[in-house]
Design a protein around this ligand. Structure first.
Ligand code: SAM
Length: 498
């Protein structure tokens, strides 16, 4: 090995602190720019020392840090598919340098660059062993950003905050590079498994470096569970999405499918049940899911059983288009199932998600389980938004306008005295107005219902009217707003007014 690794145009841009376009311009405009020494026409490789020399000659600031020099040489000492093993090799070497007895198996690869151990020692002296390995893992993730799925750090923090407590035994059965296990605060023991042995090794090294007691197993969690019969206080998992070869036939009679055999096309429901099978009674699980799993028809039986058993406690859509975070709990023996499930479209507001989870089983985003146990068992938060009390309040007003003799009282005082008459706050299906109602609804004062409630909407909240009680006998509804039209439509539909 020459010790002079090849660098790509992207590497040069990063090392020189410029954009990719600048490197392309240098190549085009400067006849003395170094010629490629390898690679392909679309992804040429340049000699790092040639590039260093050219940049210095042309007065461009360029300092290759120890981390970058080490990274480039590590990368050059094997092909790209071996990069995870090379990073694992470097991690084990750093553990040895730190004086930790290495109990992990070494990868079946030995880089042929004799300068690497010296560079690793320099890097560890500069940053510390754990940070040095962190830098290499970071470079690896950057280099393989298209191939690797790494859980976003803020999502990992949210998941572990919602599911884990200090001193827990925590399991991640698809641990990847260990982001979730590392985000767990003060775990007593971290258990991990991943189908990719090189990734599992990196997780084990990161946890050892962080001083977290850990057991990490390589292998397929569904077909070859690495922790059979073991239960954890909490399970966190970002499983692979849409893996149709998950083992539907082979695992047909598996005892983990307590809530029903996951259909072939619903691998994520197999992962949810695998996670639940490893949670102790009273323990929690936080699992990332594609949004479609909340509503796909073939999964309705398993979803229904999870709800009936009181295992599924919350579905939180983290961002538009997903993913969803499913929060689950294994009920204690004899524990009563909760009456509601939190269905929240957090729209990127993770603080809101935490707040609503703290309020669970109260709060306006809690939907009665009974309302969800229909033909579809659709637990998508977007299908179950709070109704802002509009319909029920309008209905009350319309009842009076059609001759009811019971004078309605404002909803707030009534709900306190009579819980049974509390307005149903959830709509399970959005119902378009009937044709009859559509034709009967008119914004003209003559046909406007006397609903007893008037909308008050500051201009900035035009689409989210709030309602406050004004006076039942002298209702005042603005005649021009489209919201009034909608209100009139609903009142007419509810009261059956022609
Ligand atoms: C979305 S990634 C997890 C990322 C991880 N949380 C992180 O941040 O690094 C899914 C992981 O599941 C692993 N995987 C896929 N199928 C698996 C299986 N059957 N058993 C165990 N792990 C599996 C993949 O290797 C991948 O590392």
């Amino acid at each position: 090995m020459s010790g002079d690794p090849g660098v790509t145009a992207g590497d040069i841009a990063r090392l020189a602190g410029v954009g990719r376009a600048t490197v392309s311009n240098w190549r085009r405009r400067h006849g003395d720019f170094p010629r490629p020494v390898g690679g392909t026409a679309t992804s040429p490789l340049f000699s790092l020392s040639d590039i260093e020399g050219w940049l210095h000659r042309n007065g461009k600031p360029f300092e290759v840090s120890v981390a970058d020099r080490l990274w480039q040489r590590l990368r050059a000492s094997g092909d790209d598919f071996q990069l995870a093993d090379l990073v694992g090799w470097a991690g084990l070497h750093l553990l040895e340098l730190r004086g930790d007895p290495v109990k992990l198996p070494w990868p079946g690869i030995e880089p042929d660059d004799s300068g690497l151990p010296g560079l690793l020692a320099d890097l560890a002296a500069e940053h510390g062993h754990a940070a040095a390995f962190g830098l290499l893992v970071e470079r690896y993730v950057q280099a393989h950003s298209r191939r690797l799925v790494v859980t976003r750090p803020d999502v990992a923090r949210l998941m572990t905050r919602l599911a884990c407590r200090e001193g827990d035994v925590v399991l991640d059965p698809a641990c990847g590079l260990g982001t979730l296990l590392l985000a767990t605060p003060g775990a007593r023991l971290a258990l991990g498994q991943d189908g990719n042995a090189a990734a599992a090794r990196i997780t084990a090294i990161r946890l050892l470096m962080a001083g977290t007691p850990a057991e990490v197993v390589p292998g397929d969690s569904l077909r070859g569970d690495g922790f059979p019969g073991e239960v954890a206080d909490a399970v966190v998992c970002n499983p692979p999405f849409g893996d149709r070869a998950w083992g539907h036939e082979d695992l047909a009679g598996d005892p983990r499918w307590e809530h029903g055999l996951p259909p072939r096309g619903e691998p994520e429901l197999a992962w949810v049940q695998h996670c639940l099978a490893h949670v102790r009674p009273g323990g929690r699980a936080a699992v990332l899911m594609p949004s479609a799993v909340a509503s796909r028809r073939p999964g309705r039986r398993v979803r229904g059983n999870l709800l009936r058993a009181g295992a599924l406690r919350a579905v939180v859509t983290l961002a538009p288009g997903g993913p969803d975070l499913w929060l689950l709990r294994r009920p204690e023996p004899g524990e009563r199932s909760p009456a509601g499930v939190l269905l929240l479209d957090a729209d990127g507001d993770f603080a809101r998600a935490e707040l609503e989870w703290d309020r669970y089983p109260d709060g306006e985003f809690c939907v009665p389980v009974i309302d969800l146990l229909d033909d579809e068992v659709d637990v998508s938060p977007s299908r179950h938004r709070p109704r802002l009390h509009r319909r029920r309040r309008c209905r009350r007003g319309s009842r009076a306008s059609t001759g009811s003799r019971t004078a309605p009282t404002p909803a707030r005082s009534r709900s306190r005295t009579s819980p049974r008459s509390r307005p149903r706050r959830w709509r399970t299906r959005s119902r378009p107005p009937t044709r009859r109602a559509r034709t009967s609804a008119s914004p003209s004062p003559g046909t406007r219902p006397r609903c007893g409630w008037r909308p008050s909407w500051p201009a900035s909240r035009a689409c989210r009217p709030t309602w406050r009680h004004v006076s039942f006998r002298a209702p005042r509804c603005p005649s021009t707003s489209s919201c009034t039209t909608r209100c009139a439509t609903r009142c007419a539909a509810d009261s059956g007014t022609p």
